[in-house]
Design a protein around this ligand. Structure first.
Ligand SMILES: Nc1ncnc2c1ncn2[C@@H]1O[C@H](COP(=O)(O)OP(=O)(O)O)[C@@H](O)[C@H]1O
Ligand SMILES: [Mg+2]
Length: 230
C-alpha cells in the first residue's frame, strides 16, 4: 500500500498540508475529494517530490520515498498525470509518449498496450499534441504516465473540462488498469458522480486536513457529496 503519514507542507508562511495521513490500498482505486484550494494538488506534488515537505513520511511497499528526487520516485513505481495535463503542444502524440519513457533505460518504442488502451492515440500519433481535443490530450497525458510502467498511477482531476463521452471512456480505462493490471490508483476528483462510480476507497480533505475516509460503497450514506459541495 501507499502510506502517507504526518505530512506537513508550507507555501512561504502558509501551512497548506496539516498532518495529512492517508493510505491507498494496493490494487485498488482511491479517490481524494475536496473543494477548490484545500490542498489536493499540493498533496500529489508532495507525493511526486515536485514540491518539498516540511515533515512526514511517504512509503510505497515499505520503501521510504520522501527523500527521493521525482525521477527516483518514478523509478520506484509512481506515475503522475498533473492537473491541466501539461502535454507538449508542439511535439507529436508519439513524441509526447516517448517523453514518458525517458526514465526507462532502453525505451523500445510505444508498447502496443498503450494504443490498445487508447486507440485514438494510435490514430493521431503523428499529430501535434496541441491539435488534440481536451479529452484526447487527457488520454495522452495518461498514456504518457503509463510509459514508465508505474505500479501507482496518480491523477489530478482528469475530468476537468472534458466532454462526457470521453469522461466515461477514461473511467472505464482506469477501472481496467486496476482490475486487469493490478495497478494502484490515486485519483483526485471534484466530479462527485465520477468519483463515487470509481472509488474502492475515498478520502476527503478540507483546508489541508483529512476529514473523512472509508470504503467507496459508503460514500452516499456518509454524505460525502455534501462535504465537497460549495
Ligand atoms: N505555488 C504556490 N505558491 C503559493 N501558494 C500556493 C501555490 N500553489 C497552491 N497554493 C495555495 O495552496 C492552497 C492549496 O492549493 P492546491 O493544492 O492547488 O488546492 P486544490 O488542488 O485542492 O484545489 C491554495 O490556498 C493555493 O492558493
Ligand atoms: Mg488542484
Amino acid at each position: 500500500m501507499l502510506d502517507i503519514a504526518g505530512l506537513n507542507q508550507y507555501y512561504s508562511g502558509s501551512h497548506i498540508l496539516r498532518d495529512v495521513s492517508l493510505q491507498a490500498p494496493e490494487g485498488k482505486l482511491s479517490v481524494l475529494l475536496g473543494r477548490n484550494g484545500v490542498g489536493k494538488s499540493t498533496l500529489l506534488k508532495c507525493l511526486m517530490g515536485v514540491v518539498p515537505i516540511r515533515s512526514g513520511s511517504i512509503q510505497w511497499h515499505g520503501q521510504a520515498l520522501e527523500a527521493l528526487k521525482p525521477h527516483a520516485r518514478v523509478a520506484a513505481g509512481l506515475g503522475y498525470v498533473p492537473q491541466g495535463r501539461e502535454i507538449f503542444p508542439r511535439l507529436t502524440v508519439e513524441e509526447n509518449l516517448l517523453v514518458g519513457a525517458a526514465s526507462r533505460k532502453a525505451p523500445k518504442g510505444i508498447p502496443a498496450q498503450i494504443y490498445e488502451l487508447f486507440p485514438v492515440l494510435k490514430d493521431m500519433k503523428s499529430r501535434r499534441g496541441g491539435d488534440l481535443s481536451g479529452g484526447q490530450q487527457q488520454q495522452l497525458a495518461i498514456g504518457r504516465a503509463l510509459m514508465s510502467e508505474p505500479r501507482v498511477l496518480i491523477l489530478d482531476e482528469p475530468t476537468e473540462g472534458i466532454q462526457p463521452n470521453i469522461i466515461q471512456d477514461i473511467g472505464r480505462t482506469l477501472r481496467r488498469l486496476v482490475d486487469e493490471f493490478g495497478m494502484t490508483i490515486v485519483l483526485v476528483e471534484q466530479y462527485y458522480e465520477f468519483a463515487e462510480m470509481l472509488a474502492d476507497h475515498y478520502v476527503v480533505m478540507d483546508r489541508g486536513e483529512v476529514i473523512a475516509h472509508g470504503p467507496g460503497a459508503e460514500m452516499q450514506d456518509k454524505g460525502v457529496r455534501s462535504l465537497i459541495s460549495v
